[in-house]
Every structure is written in structure tokens, then in C-alpha cells.
Design a binder for this molecule. Structure first.
Ligand code: DLL
Length: 436
């Protein structure tokens, strides 16, 4: 399988030299820009990028979403406002928007890392990319779009929603690459099946799915519904958008991080210290080539494991595992820590349960309980609730209530990110059929 750029297969020495030079340049740019990051650098004793090495990284100051909020909307720019060509953002799970800015060169870097992801997935100039990530402030739609154009592929800018029109385009244009959230891939697959379209009639060969957490169990479900290899892509607006890291069919089960642009660390969320190799930590990126909004050691809140061993596909950059959870996503139910992804793995391992689910944290009675709302998958053998309840108890050490609801009850997300956790503090049930 081809590799787009030499930077993806550099030797450690070559990459270290490139990263060091870029880190020094970034530190100088931040100091010259004179904002909050410059102040923190000076406070930590750094007055110039000159002598900084990669080994110094753990001692440099960090940034977080709170900094972007404190300087909302665009107070952390490191360039003249006139050099900003595009603004993107995300609404975030808390509903509080974060805005990010790009120069012309930032957009070129983004298009390139996204093109690397597409090539890694097997796309070529002849590919037709059906892009069902949302277009707009969200980075998914336009990010993938620019990457496909950089590659010279044909992109179909579907955006999210209007599923019947998507089906029509899938059948008429015969794309080989599908880009959308994993939950929307399921929805498309089910809609195609419901329309009586046979697997053999579907032209898609690979799917590039991200923007929300998903599991290997969900991958199996997507690959059952569609004749594709379903690959994971990771990214976030603050760092650049989709294309920070992407899986390839033979990356050996990890996502290659484009670490010539994004220096990657995993930190203990509690202490901020680097975690030992092989342990999950908070992904932290330093955007060494970004111009408009360079972020030093940006703490993402996403938890993953890094692997620096050589990958079977010949790429030498670091691999991250799937995101296993978020620092702020962990539910604490009667003293037990639960990550939604862990529930997804157990739930979807049961062939009798469909891929749509929501975790309802019911705190009406004081001490919260976890209700797992899901749907049966045909042929319904009548026992998935009891089986899955037992499996969840075994895996999480927590008794949860599994409610198998009628097909179609769990809301489908056609636009944006799937909502997996809902709170029930009082009043009406968040889903029909939960009241006993
Ligand atoms: O979701 C960028 C993106 C678009 C990535 C399309 C992949 C595909 P934001 O809206 O800023 O950017 O949200 C970023 O989404 O911090 C993670 O918590 C989550 N996330 C993104 N990709 C994955 C993934 C885009 N593959 C936030 N697995 C991140 C799990 C993901 N979580």
C-alpha cells in the first residue's frame, strides 16, 4: 500500500531533528506573539527556542480548552488577524463553543495530513469519496473535503442528514470511500438494507470513521452492514481537525499520528506527568507547524495508549490506540468508574443486541443507577437483556439495568455526533418505554 509522504517513514534520528527544529521555531513564534503562552514560557525559564530539545517537552507549560474559552473568541492568535483565512469550531459536549483559526499554510498542512490518511486507507486519485461528515464550522466535512482534493480524488460533498438522498448518490455515483461518523455508517448500512439493496450492489470498499468514540465491536457491526474495511480516524479542532491520526488496514490496530506536525505525549490526567509506555494517558499534542493558533502541549481530555514499536505497514510514526474514553466522560455509578466505550464493547459483543444504544444515568432516587437502553437485533432470541446484564456486571463490577426497547426507539443521529449518555434527574423519561 503506498505511503504519501516521506515524513511518515522517517528514521527516529531524522524525525527527532525535524521535530526539534520545528519545536524551536514554534517556541520563538509564541514568544514573539506575546500572549498567554509566551508569558507561561517565560515563567518556566524559556526566553528563546534556541536551546529547547524534545527532552524538555515535559517541562514546558501546557494548554487546555479552558485557555481557549478564557480568550474566546480568537484571543490566542499568534498571527495578524488579516492572515487568518478560515475559522472553524466545535460546539463541544458541554455546548460551549470553541473557535479555532487557520492561515493559508495551516489549511495546506491540514489538507496534507488528511490526504495521508486517505492514502493510508487505500484511496487513490481515482477514488470517489462520499463525504457525509457535516460541512460547516465542524471540521469533519471541510477537513476531509480538502484532503480528498489534495489527493486529487473525486469528493462528493454530501454533508450529514437527508439519508434517502445519500442512498441515491451511493447507488448512482458508486463511490469506493465512505467518510462519516461510525454511528452514521450504521444508519446508512441499515437504511440500504431496509431498501432491499444487496451487499454486492454496494460499491464502497473502505470507511474512514471518527469524530466520536467507537469500539472494535462497533467496527464488526459496520463491516457486517457494509462491504467495507472500517478504519478509525482521530482529530480535534484545537489541533487541526480530522487527520491528526488515522488507521491503515495494516497498521496493526493503531492510528498513526502525524507526529512531524503534532508532537504527541500521554499524561497522567491527575498529575500531568508522562505515563509509562503501554499505559493509557491523556493525549497531549504540540502543534509545531501551526501558524494561526499554535498550541503548546494541548491536553485533549482524550485517553489512549501510545505505541512506538514498528508497524507492519512500514510507517514509523507513533501509533495511538483507539480513544478508550475521555477524562470528563467517566461515569461514576455507586462508586464504580464506567467509561461508555466499555459498555459499548460488552453490549455489542452480544449478537442479539443492535448497534443503537444510550446510557441513561438515572439519579431520580438519589444514588444513581445505570440503565442501558438498546434494541434487539433479529433474530430476537428473547434473552439478550439478561445475558448482557450479566456480562456487564462481570466486566464492570456493576449491576446495570439493560432495557431492550422496540426497534427505532433509540434516537438515530443523522447530523453531528451520536449522543451516548443522557441524564434522568426527574420528570419524563428521556426515552419512551423506560418507565416501568
Ligand atoms: O471531531 C474532528 C474529526 C472529524 C475527527 C471527523 C475525525 C473525523 P471536534 O469536533 O473538535 O473535532 O471534536 C474532537 O472528538 O477530542 C475526541 O473526544 C472526539 N473524537 C474525534 N475523533 C475520535 C475518534 C472532530 N476516532 C473530539 N475516536 C476529540 C474517539 C474521537 N473520539
Amino acid at each position: 500500500m503506498p505511503i504519501l509522504d516521506r515524513e511518515e517513514r522517517m528514521s527516529t534520528d531524522e524525525r527527532t531533528a525535524l521535530q526539534t527544529a520545528r519545536l524551536r521555531g514554534m517556541v520563538d513564534r509564541l514568544l514573539a506573539a506575546g500572549g498567554v503562552q509566551a508569558r507561561r514560557l517565560r515563567e518556566s525559564g524559556v526566553d528563546s527556542g534556541d536551546a529547547v530539545t524534545l527532552a524538555d517537552l515535559p517541562r514546558l507549560p501546557t494548554t487546555s480548552k479552558a485557555d481557549l474559552w478564557d480568550h474566546y473568541p480568537l484571543g490566542m492568535l499568534a498571527v495578524d488577524r488579516a492572515d487568518v483565512t478560515v475559522v472553524h469550531g466545535s460546539s463541544g459536549t458541554s455546548g460551549r463553543p470553541t473557535l479555532v483559526a487557520y492561515t493559508r499554510n495551516d489549511i495546506a498542512v491540514w489538507a496534507r495530513v488528511m490526504a495521508r490518511s486517505l492514502v493510508g486507507a487505500g484511496a487513490t486519485r481515482s477514488s470517489i469519496v462520499h463525504n457525509a461528515y457535516g460541512y460547516g464550522l465542524f471540521t469533519g466535512g471541510l477537513g476531509v473535503h480538502q484532503g480528498a482534493q489534495e489527493l486529487g480524488a473525486t469528493v462528493v460533498p454530501m454533508s450529514g442528514g437527508m439519508t434517502s438522498r445519500q442512498i441515491r448518490m451511493l447507488l448512482d455515483l458508486r463511490p469506493d470511500v465512505l467518510t462519516c461518523t461510525p454511528s452514521y455508517a450504521v444508519h446508512l448500512g441499515e437504511t440500504l438494507a431496509a431498501a432491499g439493496v444487496e451487499r454486492e450492489e454496494i460499491s464502497l470498499r473502505v470507511g474512514i470513521h471518527g469524530a466520536e468514540p467507537w469500539t472494535d465491536a462497533m467496527r464488526d457491526r459496520i463491516e457486517d452492514l457494509l462491504p467495507i474495511r472500517a478504519l478509525d480516524i482521530y482529530g480535534l479542532s484545537e489541533v487541526i481537525g480530522p487527520g491528526v491520526a488515522c488507521e491503515t488496514p495494516d497498521s496493526g490496530g493503531g492510528l498513526h499520528v502525524q507526529e512531524d506536525h503534532f508532537l504527541t505525549e500521554t499524561l497522567d490526567p491527575a498529575t500531568g506527568e508522562p505515563v509509562p509506555a503501554g499505559r493509557a494517558g491523556e493525549l497531549t499534542f504540540t502543534t509545531v507547524t501551526k501558524e494561526a493558533l499554535p498550541l503548546l502541549r494541548y491536553r485533549t481530555g482524550d485517553l489512549a495508549v501510545l505505541d512506538r514499536s514498528p508497524a507492519p505497514d512500514g510507517r514509523t510514526n507513533v501509533r495511538m490506540s483507539r480513544v478508550v474514553g475521555r477524562v470528563d466522560d467517566m461515569l461514576v455509578i455507586r462508586g464504580v468508574n464506567v467509561y461508555p466505550s466499555e459498555v459499548e464493547s460488552v453490549l455489542l459483543a452480544d449478537p442479539g443486541i443492535g448497534p443503537h444504544y444510550q446510557l441513561v444515568v438515572d439519579s431520580r432516587g438519589g444514588s444513581p443507577r445505570l440503565i442501558v437502553a438498546c434494541e434487539a437485533r433479529p433474530p430476537d432470541d428473547g434473552s439478550p437483556a439478561a445475558r448482557t446484564g450479566a456480562a456487564l456486571r462481570e466486566r464492570l463490577g456493576l449491576r446495570c439495568e439493560v432495557r431492550v426497547l422496540p426497534a427505532g426507539t433509540v434516537p438515530r443521529t443523522e447530523v453531528g455526533k451520536a449522543v451516548r449518555v443522557v441524564r434522568w434527574a426527574g420528570g419524563e423519561a428521556p426515552l419512551p418505554g423506560l418507565d416501568p
